[in-house]
Write a new protein. Structure first.
Length: 255
C-alpha cells in the first residue's frame, strides 16, 4: 500500500496486525471521564476520546564490539524485561548486535554473518511473540554495507530500515564503513541468508524507508544522526501520519 504524504513523493507503508493495549481504568482516568460526562449532560460539546495507549521500551544496553554471544544475551534479556513491563514495542541501540565500535571489522564478511546468526537464534524462539522488536545491526544489500534497523514481530522479519545520514565529525567515521541510503530508491526486496530463511520461512523482506501501520497507530523510525539533519526523517513521517517515531542512537562510541 502506498500513500501520498504532504511532503511530496509517495511513501510506502507496511501493514501488520498489532493492537496496543487499552487505557487502564485508574481512579484518575475515571475522574476525567466523569468530568467529561458531566459537561456533556450540561449541553457542552463532548470532546472526550477513548484514548488507547501502548507501552514503549527503550533499551540502553552495555554492548561490546564483536561480543556476539554476550550482545545477543543482553538483547534477549531486554526483550524479556520489556514484555514483563507490558511493552508492545522494544527499541534497542544502534548496531547493538555487533556493537558500535567494531571499526574496520565492519569490512569483514564474518561480522555481518555473525549478526545474522544472532538474528536466526532470536527468531528460533518465542521471545518476539506479541512485541515489535526494533534491533540495530550492520548488513549488506546488493554488495553495499548499511547500518540498519531490523523490525521483528511474531518470529517474522517485517522490515529492514537503513540509515540515511552518517555521523562523520568528532569521534565518528561512519562513512568509512557504511553507505548512506537514498530515500528516493523506495522499497526494495532483500534476500535473506539461508540460515535465517530456514527459521522464519521468508525468502525476502522489504528494505528501505517506510512506516509500519498497525491497528491503532503508525510507527516510524530514524537512527541517531538523522535527527540532527535539517530535514529529519521524522518530519515527513509525521506529515504522513506517523504518531510514534523512535530514534535509535549509539550510547557509547567505544562499545
Amino acid at each position: 500500500m502506498t500513500r501520498e504524504p504532504r511532503g511530496g513523493a509517495c511513501t510506502p507503508a507496511l501493514i501488520l496486525s498489532f493492537t496496543p493495549k487499552l487505557l487502564v481504568a485508574t481512579p484518575e482516568n475515571q475522574s476525567r471521564m466523569s468530568s467529561k460526562k458531566q459537561k456533556t449532560e450540561t449541553g457542552a460539546l463532548d470532546l472526550f476520546v477513548n484514548t488507547k495507549l501502548f507501552t514503549v521500551a527503550t533499551c540502553n544496553l552495555n554492548q561490546w564490539a564483536m561480543d556476539f554471544t554476550g550482545n545477543l544475551k543482553r538483547i534477549e534479556e531486554s526483550i524479556r524485561v520489556a514484555k514483563a513491563c507490558g511493552a508492545r514495542y522494544r527499541c534497542g541501540p544502534e548496531l547493538e548486535v555487533s556493537g558500535y565500535g567494531c571499526e574496520d571489522h565492519f569490512h569483514e564478511g564474518d561480522t555481518v554473518l555473525h549478526c545474522w546468526q544472532s538474528i536466526a537464534s532470536l527468531l528460533s524462539g518465542d521471545l518476539t511473540d506479541g512485541i515489535l522488536c526494533d534491533i540495530g545491526m550492520p548488513m549488506i544489500h546488493k554488495n553495499v554495507r548499511y547500518n540498519c534497523r531490523i523490525f521483528i514481530l511474531d518470529r517474522k522479519i517485517l522490515h529492514l530500515r537503513p540509515k540515511m545520514c552518517m555521523a562523520d565529525d568528532g569521534n565518528y567515521r561512519e562513512t568509512r564503513w557504511f553507505t548512506e541510503w537514498n530515500a528516493g530508491r523506495g522499497l526494495e526486496e532483500h534476500a535473506l541468508p539461508g540460515m535465517v530463511a530456514a527459521v522464519c520461512g521468508q525468502r525476502t523482506v522489504p528494505i528501505g524507508i517506510a512506516a509500519i501501520a498497525v491497528a491503532d497507530t503508525v510507527v516510524g523510525s530514524e537512527t541517531c544522526e538523522e535527527v540532527f539533519t535539517p530535514n529529519s526523517p521524522h518530519i515527513a513521517l509525521a506529515l504522513d501520519g506517523a504518531e510514534t517515531v523512535s530514534n535509535s542512537l549509539n550510547p557509547n562510541p567505544n562499545s
